[in-house]
Ligand binder design. Structure first.
Ligand code: ADP
Ligand code: TRP
Length: 334
């Protein structure tokens, strides 16, 4: 049986929240358990550097994100789990791919375009203000991550789809130039449900909106956050629409179908908001207690995480060096 190579990168930007879990971590962990796939899951630390220049934070976030994934069920013995920065072949391939990247392709990449637009709106003289070359060439580094491992499937949020398209373009330019199928063409796997998890204020839960519920918030903080979720002004006894309620949306993500039905009935019976919040807090605390303990144990054992990174890097480099061998032969360097 030919296994499909599944690869995804996780940026270490700190404090993962329920939106990250449900939208990205949970589906990727499920996919990693599928015997028809071989998973490559890595911490994209050099990608984070386009915006993050604090050494202590970068180091800390890397451990936090690694611990989060393992605590939430990723089994590092089933997948290749590594740090991007431990695989120097990524950067070698990145240069080679840069030589195949039309500049215009990077001009159209969404993160760069968003910054240009921001500058224009702010009346900045230089439309490229605040753009470093890391940000500008971000999609090329991502293409190198993907192509190096000959990935078939790349599970990502819809915001990353464009980068996978760029990766396919670069792989095709390369294969065509050298008349060889050196690179596998990857496909983005966008979660069909496409659920957008709402945050405390009802908008999309996102670090940039400051409306998140961190997955591993200690119980007291978790409770406080749940009690801050915005609700309408309906009183106890008045029937409430579960579909319009952030509390219910979050509850249903973690509850069994039976629990969900029960809460729905209580909404129709006019549950008081404080009781709905209490129910959500209780469920979250129950579901997250086990992972939180595993997370804390991992964070207290950096040597174990370092050991996992080292092991993962060796496995990743074994594959990377095979791809690079083919690439160098194709381009005429060896
Ligand atoms: P943030 O918006 O907090 O900065 P990121 O952009 O780092 O989050 O997202 C990391 C991953 O988590 C992406 O795959 C993204 O699609 C997913 N994700 C983030 N927020 C949500 C949300 N509210 N609902 C569903 N998925 C989300
Ligand atoms: N750019 C991705 C993000 O912001 C992270 C990432 C880096 C990635 N390299 C990757 C995702 C390769 C998938 C495949 O979330």
């Amino acid at each position: 049986m030919d296994q499909k190579i599944v690869l995804t990168g996780i940026k270490p930007t700190g404090n993962p929240h329920l939106g990250n879990w449900v939208g990205a971590i949970r589906p990727a962990v499920e996919l990693s358990r599928n015997p028809e796939t071989k998973g490559f899951y890595f911490i994209a630390d050099y990608h984070a550097m386009t915006g993050l220049k604090d050494a202590k934070e970068l180091r800390e976030y890397t451990y936090e994100v690694a611990s989060t994934w393992i605590a939430l069920g990723l089994d590092p013995s089933r997948v290749v789990f590594y740090r991007q920065s431990d695989v120097p072949e990524v950067f070698e391939l990145s240069w080679i791919l840069a030589c195949f990247s039309p500049k215009g392709l990077m001009n159209r990449a969404h993160a760069y375009k968003a910054q240009v637009q921001k500058n224009q709106e702010a009346g900045e003289e230089d439309v490229d203000a605040g753009v470093n070359m890391g940000l500008y060439t971000y999609p090329i580094l991502m293409a190198a991550d993907i192509l190096l491992m000959q990935s078939h499937w790349v599970p990502v949020g819809s915001d990353q789809q464009q980068h996978v398209e760029i990766t396919r373009d670069l792989a095709q330019y390369f294969n065509r130039q050298y008349r060889k199928e050196v690179f596998t063409l990857p496909e983005a796997l966008i979660d069909e449900a496409g659920a957008v998890i709402p945050g405390l204020d009802g908008r999309k839960m996102s670090k940039s909106y400051g409306n998140t519920i961190p997955i591993f918030a200690p119980p007291e903080q978790l409770r406080k956050l749940v009690f801050r979720i915005a609700t309408d002004s309906s009183r106890p006894g008045e029937p409430k629409d579960p579909e319009a309620s952030t509390i219910f949306q979050l509850y249903r993500l973690l509850a069994t179908p039976k629990q969900t039905e029960a809460l729905k009935a209580e909404y129709q019976n006019g549950i008081a908001w404080k009781d709905a919040k209490e129910a959500l807090y209780t469920l979250l605390d129950q579901q997250l207690r086990g992972p939180r303990e595993r997370y804390e144990a991992l964070m207290a054992n950096r040597e174990e995480l370092d050991r996992l990174f080292k092991e993962g890097a060796e496995e990743a480099r074994a594959i990377a060096s095979k791809t690079m061998h083919r690439v160098r032969r194709a381009i005429g360097i060896s």
